[in-house]
Design a protein around this ligand. Structure first.
Ligand SMILES: *[C@@H]1O[C@H](CO)[C@@H](O)[C@H](O)[C@H]1NC(C)=O
Ligand SMILES: *[C@@H]1O[C@H](CO)[C@@H](O)[C@H](O)[C@H]1NC(C)=O
Ligand SMILES: *[C@@H]1O[C@H](CO)[C@@H](O)[C@H](O)[C@H]1NC(C)=O
Ligand SMILES: *[C@@H]1O[C@H](CO)[C@@H](O)[C@H](O)[C@H]1NC(C)=O
Ligand SMILES: *[C@@H]1O[C@H](CO)[C@@H](O)[C@H](O)[C@H]1NC(C)=O
Ligand SMILES: *[C@@H]1O[C@H](CO)[C@@H](O)[C@H](O)[C@H]1NC(C)=O
Ligand SMILES: *[C@@H]1O[C@H](CO)[C@@H](O)[C@H](O)[C@H]1NC(C)=O
Ligand SMILES: CC(=O)N[C@H]1CO[C@H](CO)[C@@H](O)[C@@H]1O
Length: 731
């Protein structure tokens, strides 16, 4: 036994590798992920975006283009100040495409100028190296063009001595109605002092010597606008100019203070090193032994892990809504995307960050009435499926209930936040909270519930997902009125209709969560070609996928679902039928847990086969290597969902938890497609299908003995389901 432990430990230690060597930032196209410089969960994300469709500063989400505020652009060779072309379209043609990026750093050539970018929490540092022939290196600040060209109410001032610029504007949200204000503070540090030219611009026409954009144009509105500054070029070689850009949601003054505090030294290399150190700390908490494993698999792991730490963004100190000393996290895009895999994964290796996000969410509930769902830059956006702040808080509490005070989370406030979501109906359920009243009264959300004329109710998606949240309330806080929430957690059954079947097929696939819709609705085989994306006029009850997918998972009660479908054999047949007929959609969140569902009818080997197939087919390290918005996809890969055990890709993988100072290592022995035995520190486990959380809170060695037998079962206990407590369940 000792020998085995030692061997496993050696494996883990020998594996210590630098995760930064394995991060590829350019798996961007399918995932809308961000390929520039940022620190983990940084507010500022600085990259090239003259012409980068799909690479979003918010990272990993859909909706219209988010953020992309206050762009700088260098030009070296316009023949005169007034001749410089400043519109976004003119800039695009100067853009090269051979980008390089690593965590905390981005570089490349644009218009023969070397561009390098790095950042701190709220400040970007740009370094531009202009070619020798550049006599008047110029840089301009674009105030008007965020990704959507949405800016109103712009201001911009230029200091004629230094080129220091301050700017502000009101910008459109990317997934909601509200607008947000943002402020910028730009300072330059050039090789030689002084400024030779400055002035504001309108469209493609810069004007020399103006300092105040509003005064200069009487009223700057409706056009592309910004400011241009020119510096003396070096006569003996290339000219280097640093630009420091602070961002704030509060005021110009706050912005300049942020920038000065975060980068007082203008030391580009120091800022890169600090950013890298933060990335190394967070990524290094997951270590693998990659002996015999293809390098691109290791790259896939660390690139995915990297992307899980881009959002949500830490906007602490920048809350425009109310003053509070609590942490303030934003860029929830949305909790619907992240509660399934991101937060369960985060609890393994980043408890303090998880706690801070939870504190921020509770503070939002205290000040705005309900837990957040989708947010951007301090604003509420549209709600997606159900009530997904709830499972996030509950997940935190079930894992860290013994550490809440050291993590700064108030049990009472957490409880009250969950209760408010469960009991209070908001005036506008499209942007916050849920339709708690009808849910309490009827036990389901009818399609004719009137909000905005009854449209966009997503009633079935909500019913299934709300139930899950409420079940966790009970887990989390041991409510006195326990039975009330337990009963509500079973409400999902009210949306089940055993009589509906899939038309036009030979197999008998019947029984769905729904009331009147063709189960193929919103699938690739939908005869009406509907999509179920968020749209104000839809009344179809499903969100982003078909009733066929929605009827294949009830995360808190799969046992009951199996019973509703007629038992394990039928459940497996339905899963297979779903995969074989193209109903599984890797691109959208509701399908994410589907490949793992075979664990519940005791066929973990079948899950392994589906998971491997899914990853091989849809996740790779190419530019297009993500099947859908990265908000959820990045954490899909490294997380074994709810700690269901799948087949590891590495001989060993370990997770370090800095709060508990524990490191748990999972070691695989032998070869195969399934696991026939699991031991923790040498002790056989009650199930080969899942690991209990406490395995990760104590430094443990988990050893998996692999087999090629796809029919292998869980060897005892199945993963938990709510209905296990229900004595009537005997499927
Ligand atoms: C400026 O430089 C770019 C890239 O070197 C070149 O494509 C462009 O034609 C030049 N423009 C002028 C006006 O010289
Ligand atoms: C909290 O501590 C108690 C008592 O030591 C222990 O039984 C329980 O498992 C702990 N809970 C968690 C989630 O670690
Ligand atoms: C199902 O549809 C019928 C008829 O449209 C309606 O009366 C009933 O309330 C619906 N039930 C649910 C659970 O939505
Ligand atoms: C299903 O069909 C049975 C038998 O016709 C009927 O009694 C029952 O009300 C139907 N259930 C639903 C939900 O429509
Ligand atoms: C890489 O992943 C993308 C997105 O899922 C997929 O379309 C593509 O076929 C994959 N490429 C390879 C070579 O597997
Ligand atoms: C890694 O490269 C191999 C060989 O080119 C390829 O078959 C595999 O799909 C790649 N895997 C990933 C994760 O990109
Ligand atoms: C954490 O655990 C390691 C290994 O068990 C030990 O060497 C170290 O002193 C511990 N650190 C703290 C802060 O307790
Ligand atoms: C100037 C610069 O950094 N150019 C880089 C652009 O990106 C390619 C890789 O894609 C690098 O090789 C270049 O060095």
């Amino acid at each position: 036994m000792k020998l085995l432990l030692l061997y496993s430990w050696l494996l883990a230690v020998a594996a210590a590798l630098d995760p930064l060597q394995y991060v590829n930032l350019f798996t961007v196209n399918g995932g809308h992920s961000f390929p520039g410089a940022t620190i983990p969960h940084g507010m500022v994300k600085v990259g090239m975006d003259t012409d980068s469709p799909g690479n979003l500063h918010q990272s990993g989400t859909g909706g219209v283009l988010p953020l992309s505020n206050f762009k700088l652009f260098p030009i070296h060779n316009c023949s005169a100040f007034e001749q410089c072309l400043t519109t976004i379209d003119s800039r695009k043609i100067l853009r090269s495409v051979d980008d390089y990026a690593s965590p905390g750093y981005f570089s490349n050539l644009s218009n023969s100028i070397r561009v390098e970018l790095t950042s701190t929490q709220r400040t970007a540092l740009h370094r531009y190296t202009f070619p020798e022939e550049s006599t008047t290196p110029r840089i301009f600040l674009d105030v008007k063009n965020d990704g959507q060209i949405s800016t109103n109410d712009i201001t911009m001032l230029i200091n004629p001595e230094t080129g220091h610029m301050t700017a502000s504007g009101s910008f459109a949200d990317s997934f909601g109605v509200p607008r947000y204000n943002a402020y910028a503070c730009v300072d330059f540090k050039a090789d030689s002092r002084g400024l030779v030219e400055y002035g504001p611009y309108k469209i493609n026409y810069p004007d020399l010597w103006g300092t105040d954009i509003q005064q200069h144009y009487c009223y700057a509105w409706g056009y592309e606008h910004g400011g241009l500054v020119g510096f003396p070029g070096s006569t003996t070689g290339p000219t280097t100019i640093l630009a420091r850009v602070g961002i704030s949601l509060l005021s110009v003054e706050q912005t300049c203070t942020n920038a000065e505090e975060e980068i007082p030294d203008w030391d580009f290399e120091r800022v890169v090193r600090d950013s890298e150190a933060q990335w190394r700390d967070i990524l290094g908490r997951v270590q693998v032994n990659n002996n015999g494993v293809a390098d691109n698999t290791t790259t896939l792991l660390y690139s995915s892990l990297y992307r899980t730490h881009i959002t949500p963004a830490d906007l602490t100190g920048e809350n425009p809504g109310w003053s509070s000393s609590e942490p303030f996290y934003d860029s929830f895009n949305c909790n619907w995307d992240t509660y399934r895999t991101f937060f369960p994964f985060m609890s393994l290796h980043d408890p303090q960050r998880f706690a801070d996000i939870v504190r921020g969410m509770i503070d939002i509930q205290k000040n705005q009435g309900w837990l957040p769902e989708c947010r951007e830059m301090g604003t509420k956006q549209f709600v997606q499926g159900g009530s997904h702040g709830d499972p996030i808080l509950a997940k935190f509490f079930t894992k860290y209930q013994n550490h809440t005070s050291s993590l700064g989370v108030s049990d009472k406030d957490l409880y009250n936040a969950l209760l408010a979501d469960a009991e209070n109906t908001p005036p506008n359920w499209n942007v916050q909270g849920r339709q708690a009243d009808v849910w309490k009264e009827l036990g389901y959300i009818p399609s004719d519930t009137t909000y905005c004329g009854g449209a966009n109710t997503k009633q079935v998606s909500r019913a299934i997902e709300v139930a899950k949240g409420l079940n966790k309330v009970e887990d989390a806080v041991k409510l006195i009125s326990h039975d009330k929430y337990a009963a509500r957690a079973r409400n999902f059954m009210n949306s089940w209709n055993g009589n509906v079947s899939v038309p036009d097929i030979e197999e008998d696939i019947s029984g769905f969560f729904q009331n009147y819709t063709d189960p193929r609705h919103c699938s690739i085989h939908d005869p009406t070609g509907s999509t179920c994306f968020l749209n104000a006029i839809r009344r179809d009850g499903f969100y982003e996928t078909s009733p066929i997918v929605y009827s294949q998972y009830v995360p808190h009660d799969t046992a009951k679902l199996i019973e509703l479908q007629g038992g394990r054999k039928k459940f497996i047949e339905r899963l297979d039928w779903m995969f074989d007929n193209g109903y599984f959609v890797s691109t959208n969140e509701p399908s994410q847990q589907i490949p793992h569902m075979y664990h519940y009818p005791d066929k973990p080997g079948y899950s392994v086969r589906r998971v491997r197939e899914t990853i091989n087919q849809y996740f790779n390290t190419s530019r297009n290597g993500l099947p859908g918005n990265d908000g959820a996809m990045g954490s899909y890969l490294p997380a074994t969902k709810q700690y269901l055990l799948s087949l590891p890709y590495f001989p060993s993988i370990s997770f370090h938890n800095p709060l508990l100072n524990s490191t748990t290592t999972i070691v695989s022995r032998g070869f195969g497609s399934g696991t026939y035995s699991v031991t923790v520190n040498g002790k056989p486990q009650k199930s080969t299908c899942f690991l209990d959380w406490d395995v990760f809170t104590t430094s443990s060695i988990v050893t998996l003995e692999l087999t090629n037998d796809i029919e292998v079962n869980c060897g005892g206990e199945l993963p938990p389901s709510f209905s296990f407590e229900d004595t009537t369940s005997d499927y």
